[in-house]
Design a protein around this ligand. Structure first.
Ligand code: HEM
Length: 405
């Protein structure tokens, strides 16, 4: 299979459901391969890490994609993402990132541990009630979605009653992160973005009238103090915090539980030794990464992994493939929480390294052992359904029985 064929399979429904065999095909051509006159694909861990940290390599301005979709420039979904820190370069990126990091302090994250524990306990109670008498329950709907939504909404100060609204809006908007998107999918993403922006416009006005101890107020104050964050940037970053903050963590919980159900021995060790949760969570992140890829462009010609990436080319960084690079991880297809040096690329690297990595890790480190301890009989029930998305890899549904609590 040549590189172009492998990429076509990767983008197809089959590749979206199981990209790993395609990654191996691509890897067979080298850690960095040319896929077109101006396009490169990276599967190597060291090469992806190096490129993500290279100042000459930048995030793509989504408006460059005008040629692909004429509707791109006016799209609320594109502008929501494009003006956030995720898709901006220095100096705008450094300014926004500094302001957001100032509001996203380790103290604020550490203070979330009790919130995460309380919400996870409550969701387990509800799952146990719904699944009594052996009725299968959908882990995605009952736990993996509501936990991260609840946590990020608590952090942003979104009232509890409004939280269910966010699941659909955010899920719709994230279609924009796929490497290929149809006009119909763009329309769905736009509708989600418009709802979210409308909601946050009102929340910002409410916090300006009456400040609270939450992340929204902290960002509003950053905006109001001498216009360090424009109104558009404020909205875009609130949207990105919400969207980046929950769909990804939902997929970490779903992908992670599926792996542990398939490895009952390893799950049993974690149940008895929750102190190993940090290593388990990092191996779950590596083994089936919730974010499978990101993209970059280069402002100059860059040499990496034996390839020469000409200036202005499109670089597809397959984080999910890098996490299974056998040069970095021996027998990468094996789930093994005892690996010496984990550091998966699931949160990226360099200046755009995930701002919420600490929060995501905290959520999984609390929730996964808590689930295993409180529901020791948790077992698969029926066939899980994968979501047909490549960038944000997860399940649509993951049926389980809860057993005797
Ligand atoms: C950036 C993954 C959870 C907020 C990123 C990037 C990745 C990532 C790969 C870098 C993208 C790139 O370089 O192009 C994940 C995964 C998560 C997760 C796998 C969960 C398991 C979160 C959470 C939040 C968050 C909980 C916030 C509450 C962000 C933000 C950025 C980002 C704001 C942009 C940072 C920047 O551009 O400087 N995330 N993320 N993420 N993430 Fe996460």
């Amino acid at each position: 299979m040549d590189v172009a064929e492998a990429l076509a399979v990767l983008m197809s429904p089959q590749g979206r459901v199981d990209p790993y065999p395609v990654y191996e095909r691509l890897r067979g051509h080298g850690p960095v391969v040319q896929a077109g006159p101006n396009m490169y694909v990276v599967t190597g861990y060291a090469e992806a890490d190096e490129l993500l940290r290279d100042a000459r390599v930048q995030v793509l301005d989504d408006h460059l994609r005008d040629d692909l979709l004429p509707a791109w420039r006016d799209s609320p979904a594109v502008s929501s993402i494009a003006r956030s820190m995720l898709r901006t370069n220095p100096p705008d990126h450094s300014r926004m990132r500094r302001l957001a990091a100032g509001a996203f302090t380790p103290r604020r994250i550490a203070a979330m541990r009790d919130v995460v524990t309380a919400q996870a306990d409550e969701l387990v109670d509800m799952m146990a009630a719904a699944g009594r008498d052996g009725t299968p329950v959908d882990f995605m709907a009952e736990f993996a979605y509501p936990l991260p939504v609840g946590v990020i909404c608590a952090l942003l100060g979104v009232p509890t009653a409004d939280r269910p609204l966010f699941r659909r809006w955010a899920a719709d908007l994230t279609g924009i992160l796929e490497p290929e998107i149809t006009p119909a999918e763009l329309a769905v993403a736009d509708a989600g973005a418009t709802e979210l922006r409308g909601y946050f416009t009102e929340l910002v006005a409410a916090r300006r009238r009456r400040p609270a101890d939450d992340l929204t107020t902290a960002l509003v104050q950053a905006h109001d103090a001498g216009d360090r964050l424009s109104g558009e940037e404020l909205l875009a970053n609130l949207v990105i915090l919400l969207v980046a903050g929950f769909e990804t963590t939902t997929n970490l919980l779903g992908n992670g539980l599926a792996v542990l159900l398939a490895h009952p021995g390893a799950a049993d060790v974690l149940r008895r030794h929750p102190e190993h949760a940090p290593a388990y969570v990092d191996e779950l992140l590596r083994f089936d990464s919730p974010v499978q890829l990101t993209t970059r462009t280069s402002s100059e010609t860059v040499r990496v992994g034996g390839a020469e990436l000409v200036a202005g080319s499109w670089i597809l960084l397959l984080l999910g493939a890098a996490n299974r690079d056998p040069r970095r991880y021996p027998t990468p297809e094996r789930f093994d929480p005892w690996r010496a040096q984990l550091a998966p690329l699931s949160f990226g690297a360099g200046p755009h390294y995930c701002l919420g990595a600490g929060l995501a890790r905290l959520e999984a480190q609390v929730a996964v052992p808590l689930l295993l301890r409180r529901l020791p009989g948790l077992a698969p029930a029926g066939t899980p359904r994968r979501r047909s998305r490549l960038t944000l890899r997860g399940y649509d549904s993951l049926p389980v029985t809860v057993g005797e609590p």
